[in-house]
Design a protein. Structure first.
Length: 477
């Protein structure tokens, strides 16, 4: 090799080394950079003027926008004056309760900032095709966890005849174990106990769930007391049957319920349950013994309560009375919207007195549970009770603040607490490096006013940016 050739080769090698070195020193590009944003979650301090870096579906770093060098990104957002919160959960939904809603629910949830949902009851044959559709939609549908059917007793409330088909019979412990095996094999990530099970069936469900490492959600069975149920399950819904364990002689009330549950008249499950509620619910509220109720409250601290307060308080706060409800109804399926508008008109014309005892009790009881330190998670029971998927979760949070939560505590109920139910608190519910990139970009500060969770400008789901125009397309027929 000539000296000239050696010199040329040396020069090329030096240039190549310099280029490689420069490439190694240059910051790697990420999928999304959200700059100059105020970051808010229910665990960490508020962080202002931050850049949130997202890549491959996760938050990879959060840095100071004023001092950190700008990282190259495929997409960039200047979020000056904006607020980033974790993606919200609706912790109590039913995709198959009203099949007119089923196809529209995924888009409605994302439009309103809900990136995760927990379906708390549906028959497997109805629900599994929906699950497949949602998961195949990727970032255009919320993540979903599901229980499969309600595990009811010999008499089934949601039997598909008198009420929509959501539940199955579990007349014996052996039947319950066999049903759970099928539900688990179908991919369910938790179980849902319903109101008509016997204590023996309840015990079998708890045991089988433990063997399979499945969390349990449910209603307090009418054959049991709330204080005895709470330590054995991971969440309870609607404050249902709590009131019956707050009277001075709860064992007498329990014995009366158990006698009726023998169902010698062979009533349909929904009729029997409604009759028991009519017999005892309001009477128990009126006869409440504060000392006994305090004992029940202490026991309820062992589980998560999902009050579905927006539903329980509808006699006081009719959804139709909200200024924005008509606009929200414009987004739901036309057949449902027409039906609900007719119901609104009928309510407005009615002169019948409305008993608000249960609504007032629900508000007070939720406040008491929160004050006592009982865990609370936000769910709505959508689409039941004039509940628009996604929209109603924000109403739920507003009512939590009304009964005594701070906005940050309300946010905790819709982000951190649901993740904890599934043991996912180390990757969901915070805006934090390493966590899944599910977030909501707001134009107003939710800490100033929890109603600002409605001021959604964009959603980040599975690391993908869904701007307002994209969200609108998801709810446009």
């Amino acid at each position: 090799m000539t000296s000239t050739a050696r010199s040329t080769l040396t020069t090329l090698s030096l240039c190549t080394a310099l280029i490689v070195g420069c490439a190694q020193d240059a910051p790697e590009s990420v999928d999304l950079a959200i700059r100059n944003v105020t970051v808010i979650d229910a665990v960490n301090p508020v962080r202002r003027s931050q850049t949130v870096l997202i890549d491959d579906g996760r938050i990879i770093d959060i840095v100071d926008s004023n001092t950190a060098p700008e990282t190259p990104a495929s997409k960039k957002i200047d979020a000056t004056g904006r607020y980033l919160i974790p993606g919200l959960w609706d912790f109590h939904v039913h995709f198959t309760f009203d099949k007119r809603f089923t196809d529209a629910m995924a888009g409605l949830f994302l439009y309103h900032g809900i990136t995760n949902v927990r379906d708390t009851g549906g028959l497997l044959e109805d629900l599994l095709p929906v699950i497949d559709t949602l998961r195949s939609a990727g970032s255009n549908a919320p993540n979903i966890w599901y229980s499969g059917p309600l595990l009811d007793g010999k008499d089934v409330v949601y039997d598909g005849v008198n009420f929509p088909g959501l539940g199955i019979a579990n007349p014996t412990p052996e039947a319950a174990r066999a049903n759970i095996a099928e539900i688990h094999a179908a991919g369910a990530s938790f179980l849902k106990i319903y109101e008509m099970v016997t204590p023996e069936v309840f015990a079998a469900i708890v045991d089988e769930a433990g063997l399979r490492n499945l969390p349990i959600d449910g209603h307090v069975p009418l054959s049991m007391r709330a204080r005895d149920v709470a330590p054995q399950v991971q969440s309870l819904e609607h404050l249902r049957n709590y009131e019956m364990d707050c009277v001075s002689d709860p064992e007498l009330w329990l014995a009366a319920r158990q006698a009726e549950l023998a169902n010698v008249a062979n009533e349909p499950g929904n009729v029997l349950r409604s009759r028991l509620h009519t017999l005892q619910r309001l009477t128990a509220i009126i006869a409440e013994d504060p000392a006994v109720c305090a004992e029940t409250t202490e026991a309820l601290k062992a589980t998560i309560t999902v009050p579905t307060l927006r539903m329980n308080s509808m006699d006081l706060y009719v959804p139709f009375a909200r200024d924005d409800f008509d606009r929200a109804m414009d987004l739901i399926p036309a057949s449902v919207s027409e039906e609900w508008r007719a119901a609104r008109d009928a309510l407005a014309a009615s002169e019948e007195a409305v008993d608000t005892t249960f609504a007032e009790w629900s508000l007070r009881r939720t406040g008491e549970l929160h004050l006592a330190g009982a865990p609370i998670a936000a769910g709505t029971d959508t689409p039941i009770g004039w509940s628009i998927p996604g929209y109603s979760l924000h109403t739920e949070l507003e009512q939590y603040v009304e009964v005594g939560m701070t906005p940050l505590e309300a946010l905790h109920s819709a982000t951190v607490k649901p993740a904890e139910f599934f043991g996912l608190e180390n990757e969901m519910g915070q805006i934090k490096a390493g966590f899944l990139a599910d977030a909501v970009l707001l134009s107003a500060d939710p800490m100033d006013d929890i109603r600002n969770t409605r001021s959604i400008e964009a959603v980040i789901h599975q690391g993908k940016l869904l701007p307002r125009a994209h969200l609108t397309r998801l709810v446009t027929p």
